[in-house]
Design a protein around this ligand. Structure first.
Ligand code: ADP
Ligand code: GN1
Ligand code: MG
Length: 347
């Protein structure tokens, strides 16, 4: 690790390099030097088939908005550019955001509001980039119909033990797959525009300054590419409204906190003036779409014997999938109330 880190322009001498954070995808390390701290990250090549596209997309963001305060810069590599390839893994370094926190789950509404403001600010800041210039780092990332096909393929080759264990979840997925049709139709008929979106607006992908919450940084830019606003809003809802971890063992603890939802709407409402009527009308459907699609992806990975998301025990993807479907049901319990809240902020 030290050999890789030394290939970047870092201040000071390297003291230590330790694994860091709770991301499901990349290899993330905290690098301490005699002067400061950095984050060293190896891009997961199983997930990202063209990791250089990620580096180029982030470079494009910086070239377009060189003075922005929304994302973190990539440190230059000594050989030029912003990445180093070692043993087929592409590595990059960011400054460690000292004094900022990323939350694994929300405890108070203000945290949800600030995270939503952060993601909305991200979208506004890079809104003028021609979306064709951003390379698709994971093609069809949020394509619901394709994700459902991948689930069926995974089920078809799964072990009997895993099929039996998760049969109820699979039945739930089949019963609800129509969820994907509504938003896809709005996109196909161009009532929902293609924008520059983050596409992974999980609550722990935003860093908030503890002393000054209006100062934030959006991180995990690997999936910045073409997308729709509702994916970004929906994934925030998915990862914020229940004060539980994604792998919570006790699913009775999963709740849909309407105060957190309202705080997200409030924080994101700076987008209201530029949103189309269809985007405004489908705010809650965006949340349903994202909860459901991530549930499907966890379930497919369970049937595939955990080849995509990092896991720390064998049933973890099963638990994660179950929890998303429980959250989906908790949303449906409150759906009319949520639609009324959304109408207050998106009109
Ligand atoms: P993954 O794609 O695996 O989710 P992330 O880029 O989200 O990787 O990084 C994982 C975690 O590491 C984040 O959730 C955050 O807590 C922490 N992290 C990442 N980059 C930084 C940074 N520059 N400063 C501080 N913490 C960071
Ligand atoms: C992954 O990288 P991370 O942990 O922020 C995944 C997201 C999922 C999320 C579920 C590139 O996000 O799509 O919503 O896990 N990222 C990728 O926790 O697949
Ligand atoms: Mg992340």
């Amino acid at each position: 690790m030290k050999e890789i880190a030394q290939q970047f322009e870092l201040k000071g001498n390297i003291l230590s390099i330790e694994p860091y954070g709770n991301g499901h995808i990349n290899r993330t390390y905290l690098v301490k030097t005699t002067d400061t701290h950095y984050i060293l990250q190896g891009i997961n090549s199983n997930v990202f088939k063209t990791p250089d596209c990620i580096i180029q997309n982030i470079e494009l963001l910086w070239e377009t908005e060189p003075d922005n305060q929304v994302i973190l810069p990539m440190m230059p590599a000594l050989q030029g550019g912003h990445s180093v390839t070692a043993e087929n893994i592409v590595w990059r370094v960011f400054p460690f955001a000292e004094g900022y926190t990323s939350y694994e789950f929300i405890e108070e509404p203000w945290q949800a509001e600030k995270a939503a403001t952060a993601y909305a600010t991200f979208m506004k800041t890079f809104a003028d980039i021609n979306t064709d210039k951003l390379q698709p780092t994971i093609p069809n990332f949020h394509n619901g119909h394709l994700r459902f096909q991948q689930l069926e393929d995974a089920y078809a080759q799964a072990s009997e033990a895993r099929k039996n264990k998760a049969q109820k979840l699979y039945d739930f997925a089949k019963k609800h797959k129509v969820i994907f049709d509504l938003i896809q139709k709005e996109v196909d008929e161009q009532r929902i525009p293609i924008r520059v979106t983050h596409n992974d607006t999980k609550i722990n992908n935003v860093l908030i300054n503890k002393e000054a919450p209006d100062d934030f940084r959006v991180i995990d830019l690997d999936t910045v590419m073409q997308g729709i606003l509702l994916y970004d809003f929906g994934d925030m809802v998915r990862s914020s409204v229940s004060p539980t971890e994604e792998n919570e063992a006790d699913d009775t603890k999963i709740v849909f906190n309407t105060h957190f939802f309202e705080a997200l709407c409030k924080g994101f409402s700076v987008m209201n003036p530029v949103m189309t009527a269809s985007e405004k009308a489908h705010i809650v459907d965006g949340a349903k779409y994202m909860i459901f699609i991530i549930g499907i992806r966890f379930l497919a990975d369970y049937f595939n014997n955990d080849i995509y998301f990092k896991t720390s025990y064998p049933e973890e993807n099963y638990i994660r999938a179950r929890n998303q479907f429980v959250l989906f049901e908790r949303l449906e319990d409150k759906e009319s109330e949520l639609r009324a809240i959304a109408r207050k902020y998106f009109f």
